[in-house]
Design a protein around this ligand. Structure first.
Ligand SMILES: [Zn+2]
Ligand SMILES: [Zn+2]
Length: 349
């Protein structure tokens, strides 16, 4: 198993989901239901980001670490996933104010579903990041619900039925525009701009048909886009310790975004030189023995991206590539014409 390779880097991995809505905003589940779903698919932590509220009580429930954030949600767009904050942040049309307020509280934030194209309930236009010159701390590059809804064809009954039954077929890739914007932000800023993947689970219940529908149950959503974080120590026992480990890893871009419905395995990504090995969110010096490595248990298509430009695409389960240029390297992994995962960058300096 490729997964065990992380122990050579002295890394411990922990998988969790972000961007979950509960009964405290427009989700249908309480914390007990949500954590039972997370536990049943083997997740160790979840981040609840209800809209404009901070009422969830965080802690450990059913063995799952529940961290609360907030999806600051102005009416017209600029949804911002605020993490590591202590009190509720009011939505404001001036997104810079929101970004600054998150920072003032010592937190960090991610632009949620920045390139969504569909209409959600009760809105007149897609909820996007309106002005991309306003720089968030990080970007939610892949949002399962958004990707699903974006790919709904004509909303006739057959297409809707197909989309409901074969939901995983609709979620193929992170939006190109989001990846491009994220790369641009990384080219502007010297630090790594972190990316996350979110599920945007609401488990919306519809009772107008003969059979009540849930779109989509938490358990199903939690088997899709997760964030594999890399920790320097095993995940702690106490809640506060777990919370700081996970938030620090996400803030530092020490995570790999994977869609577990495409493949439940763990990919390995590292850059090494003659002295050491590092992974997502870390940096390493260029020397004559610098190599980029990607290993997987199955044969996959691997793209290597340097400063936003694709420099290689190969089909293999074991990529070893010599590196002779400085910059931010990230990888994308595809299986059966779908994206399986997106790494955060490693900086070679
Ligand atoms: Zn949103
Ligand atoms: Zn949301």
């Amino acid at each position: 198993m490729v997964e065990s390779e992380y122990s050579k880097l002295n890394k411990y991995i922990s998988n969790g989901v972000m961007h979950v809505h509960s009964v405290f905003s427009d989700g249908s589940g309480d914390i007990n239901e949500i954590t039972l779903a997370a536990k049943s698919v083997g997740l160790e932590w979840i981040i609840i980001t209800d809209h404009n509220t901070f009422d969830v009580k965080e802690g450990i429930y059913n063995g799952v670490c529940v961290i609360k954030g907030e999806e600051v949600s102005p009416l017209n767009g600029n949804h911002y996933l605020a993490l590591g904050i202590n009190e509720v942040i009011l939505p404001d049309d001036d997104i810079q104010l929101v970004i600054d307020n998150v920072k003032k509280q010592g937190g960090f934030g991610l632009a949620a579903h920045p390139d969504e194209t569909v209409l959600r309930r009760n809105v007149n236009k897609p909820i996007r990041w309106i002005n991309k010159s306003k720089l968030p701390d990080g970007v939610e590059i892949w949002n399962w619900f958004s990707a699903w809804a974006d790919n709904l064809n004509d909303k006739n009954i057959f297409n809707l039925l197909y989309a409901f039954l074969f939901r995983h077929n609709l979620v193929k890739f992170a939006p190109d525009d989001s990846l491009k914007w994220w790369d641009e932000l990384n080219n502007i800023k010297s630090d790594i701009v972190p990316a996350t993947g979110g599920v945007d689970a609401h488990a919306l219940k519809i009772r107008k048909y003969l059979v009540p529908l849930t779109i989509f149950p938490y358990k199903m959503m939690f088997g899709t886009i997760t964030n594999l974080v890399y920790l320097n120590e095993p995940l702690a026992e106490e809640f506060e310790d777990k919370k700081s480990q996970i938030l620090l890893a996400l803030r530092n871009a020490n995570n790999f975004i994977i869609n577990r419905s495409v493949c439940p395995d763990v990919p390995f990504f590292s850059i090494s030189n003659s002295q050491c090995n590092v992974t997502c969110g870390e940096q390493i010096n260029l020397d004559e023995k610098t190599f980029l490595t990607v290993r997987t248990d199955k044969v996959v298509d691997i793209r290597v991206i340097l400063n936003g430009e694709r420099i290689s695409q190969v089909r293999t389960k074991d990529l070893q590539m010599p590196i002779n240029k400085k910059g931010k390297y990230r990888v994308e992994i595809f299986l059966k014409n779908k994206a399986w995962g997106y790494s955060n960058p490693i900086v070679v300096c």
